[in-house]
Ligand binder design. Structure first.
Ligand SMILES: Nc1ncnc2c1ncn2[C@@H]1O[C@H](COP(=O)(O)OP(=O)(O)OP(=O)(O)O)[C@@H](O)[C@H]1O
Ligand SMILES: [Mg+2]
Length: 462
């Protein structure tokens, strides 16, 4: 084992020497300095596990030293050496972050026990931090951002099924977070310390997929120069995530069915039956029932997979999540790209809310990344958004408006929509009504009528 590094700070050469002899004998690696500033220099330069410092020192006292050193390396363990007269001050030092104090005169056993205890405590602290970090890692529930009823339902379902071993089928359009949900389930299940093995059934050619899933024996086919362990075997004890399950070929569907039923298979070219303990989570963005109807997906497999379906609604059906996700990704990319975008103007947010989001959260994430990079600072306005967010002419490009859960007033909404387009047309036409009417495929009189009725004219000229 690597020896622990200890820094001794004392102006008394006798104590420095005693401690060096004692600690070196016990296989600690010791460095000594005479005062605070040199100690700071040392800790900045090298990694130490522990500092043992005298309390009464010229230039900087022990408390100041502990405080400063803890700021440089908060994992550093500090022990204060004190005389009887200054014990109360030593207690102050502990409040400043020292682990404990050592009263002069001390004997060697006392010193060694204290050091051992401090180092053990340090290890425990490190382990604890690591555990907490794992918990706070990517796949806690908090990573599923959103406030909509739709997402809350998904989360409560995950919570209820995570610890069971049931097969799960995740359904949702592209970019809705199927993989994120699969990971969240695995990392909240009892299998969390075992592997999560993803397999993208769509990306691997059929001939390779079989050996990828089940492995192969040496010589099973040309090029199989050694035995290979498949992903189901690798996942033993853990979870297999079968992504894009709808793309799996009929032959492999049969083999998968057997695994689902018996949790056993043979390697390609092998005769030995291999048993595994795996949980299966599958995901798809296609309608499997339709695939069954056209003979592309086996019905028996579908029923085996569809034990607990989790359907993730598309983003346009949970518009409340849009502002929350925007803010989340804005903070994320501001931090990682070292930029300072403050937020979205109300107009920009309106456009984002009424957009259709065919690529769902992935599309939103990519957009925010691009905006953060391109704009860098300030507030995002409609001009910063790609053209597809603007209302375009013609039926096809018309904006999709997601109906909020609380409902809307249709008449007001249509009116606002119309006014907005008229104002834009007039602005583009620089007030020339003929031209504006053309932009709206209206004749001039109709536009003028509308303007009169809406009393929009005043608005434009103002
Ligand atoms: N609720 C959410 N909160 C935060 N991030 C999310 C959320 N849902 C999805 N994401 C993020 O959006 C991106 C796309 O998610 P993911 O890859 O899980 O989607 P998918 O449904 O598997 O997509 P595809 O069908 O294209 O494979 C990822 O970066 C993911 O972290
Ligand atoms: Mg995916």
């Amino acid at each position: 084992m690597k020896s622990h590094r200890i820094l001794v700070v004392d102006d008394d050469p006798a104590i420095r020497e005693t401690l060096t002899t004692l600690l070196t004998m016990k296989n600690y690696s010791v460095t000594t300095v005479a005062d605070g500033p040199s100690a700071i220099e040392e800790v900045k330069k090298d990694k130490y596990h522990m500092v043992i410092t005298d309390l009464m020192l010229p230039r900087m006292n022990g408390i100041e030293i502990v405080k400063t050193l803890k700021e440089i390396d908060r994992d550093l363990q500090c022990i204060i050496i004190t005389g009887y007269a200054t014990v109360t001050t030593a207690v102050e030092a502990m409040k400043a972050g020292a682990f404990d104090y050592l009263m002069k005169p001390f004997n060697s056993t006392e010193v060694l026990i204290l050091i051992q205890r401090a180092l053990e405590f340090q290890t425990l602290q490190a382990e604890n931090q690591q555990l907490r970090k794992n918990l706070e890692g990517r796949y806690r529930f908090d990573n599923l951002i959103g406030e909509s009823e739709g997402l809350k339902k998904v989360c409560s379902l995950i919570e209820r099924v995570a610890e069971s071993d049931s097969t799960i089928l995740i359904l949702g359009e592209s970019g809705t977070g199927k993989e994120l949900v699969a990971r969240t389930i695995h990392y909240n299940s009892l299998r969390r310390n075992k592997p999560l093995i993803p397999i993208n059934c769509g990306a691997i050619p059929e001939t390779l997929l079989e050996s990828e899933l089940f492995g192969h024996e040496k010589g099973a086919f040309t090029g199989a120069s050694s035995t290979r362990i498949g992903r189901f075997e690798l996942a033993d004890g853990g979870t297999v995530f079968l992504d894009e399950i709808g793309e799996m070929s009929p032959t492999l569907q049969v083999k998968l069915l057997r695994i689902l039923q018996q949790r056993e298979f043979e390697r390609v070219g092998g005769t030995k039956t291999i048993k595994v303990d795996v949980r299966i989570i599958a995901a798809t963005n296609i309608d499997l029932e339709k695939a069954i109807q056209v003979g592309k997906f086996r019905e028996d497999l579908y029923y085996r997979l569809n034990v607990i379906p989790i359907e993730i609604p598309p983003l346009r059906e949970r518009t409340e999540d849009i502002p929350v996700l925007m803010e989340y990704f804005l903070n994320h990319f501001n931090r990682s790209k070292k930029k300072g975008i403050q937020g979205f103007s109300p107009e920009a947010m309106n456009l984002l809310l009424s957009y259709r989001w065919p690529g769902n959260i992935r599309e939103l994430e990519n957009l925010v990344e691009r905006l953060v990079i391109l704009r860098g600072e300030g507030v995002i306005t409609p001009e910063d958004l790609p053209d597809k967010f603007m209302v375009s002419r013609g039926g096809e490009g018309l904006r999709y408006y997601a109906l909020p859960e609380s409902g809307i007033n249709l008449r007001d909404a249509v009116e606002e929509f119309e006014n907005n387009l008229i104002v834009q047309a007039l602005q583009k036409a620089q007030g020339v009504k003929n031209r504006a009417a053309q932009l709206l495929s209206l004749n001039r009189t109709t536009l003028v009528e509308k303007l009169k009725k809406k009393k929009l004219d005043y608005h434009i000229n103002a």
